[in-house]
Write a protein that binds this ligand. Structure first.
Ligand SMILES: [Zn+2]
Ligand SMILES: [Zn+2]
Ligand SMILES: [Zn+2]
Length: 138
């Protein structure tokens, strides 16, 4: 496993204390996080810095956005080697209707969807909704 520093450097991202902290925060959370989760976790930090950090991570395929239908964008760490490619890297997400958490189901890749000629896919979003293992107690 490469270190977070090596990962950032391999993507030509300058390693800063803030970036390391936010990466660790994302890694510690099994569920996807919202910007306000991040803001609450780093209350003393400048919001613009937090937002820019997430954007930098997103642009470099370190995190991906999740639209779980709640209307609030969530973010989760990408797998190693992910390039957020619509053909190979997108996976299903699971949204719990009880605790509102959303997790990556990375072992379930989204199948290639063939769209009609002239249509161009830019993003695919597949969310399974139900009750998570914590809430179902199993
Ligand atoms: Zn990705
Ligand atoms: Zn739940
Ligand atoms: Zn995901």
């Amino acid at each position: 496993m490469e270190t977070i520093e090596q990962l950032l450097e391999s993507k030509d991202i300058r390693v800063t204390a803030m970036r390391l902290l936010i990466y660790k925060f994302l890694a510690e959370n099994k569920a996807a996080v919202t910007l306000s989760n991040i803001e609450n976790a780093f209350e003393k930090a400048d919001r613009t810095t937090l937002y820019r950090t997430i954007k930098t991570f997103e642009e470099n395929d370190i995190v991906h956005q999740i639209d779980d239908g709640t209307g609030i964008t969530k973010y989760a760490l990408c797998e190693q080697g992910c390039s957020c490619d619509i053909k190979t890297d997108l996976h299903l997400h699971f949204h719990c209707n009880n605790c509102n958490e959303t997790v990556c189901l990375t072992e379930h890749k989204i199948p290639q969807i063939k769209v009609p000629d002239g249509f161009v896919s830019e993003n695919v979003n597949l969310v399974v909704k139900g009750i998570c293992d914590k809430c179902s107690g199993q």
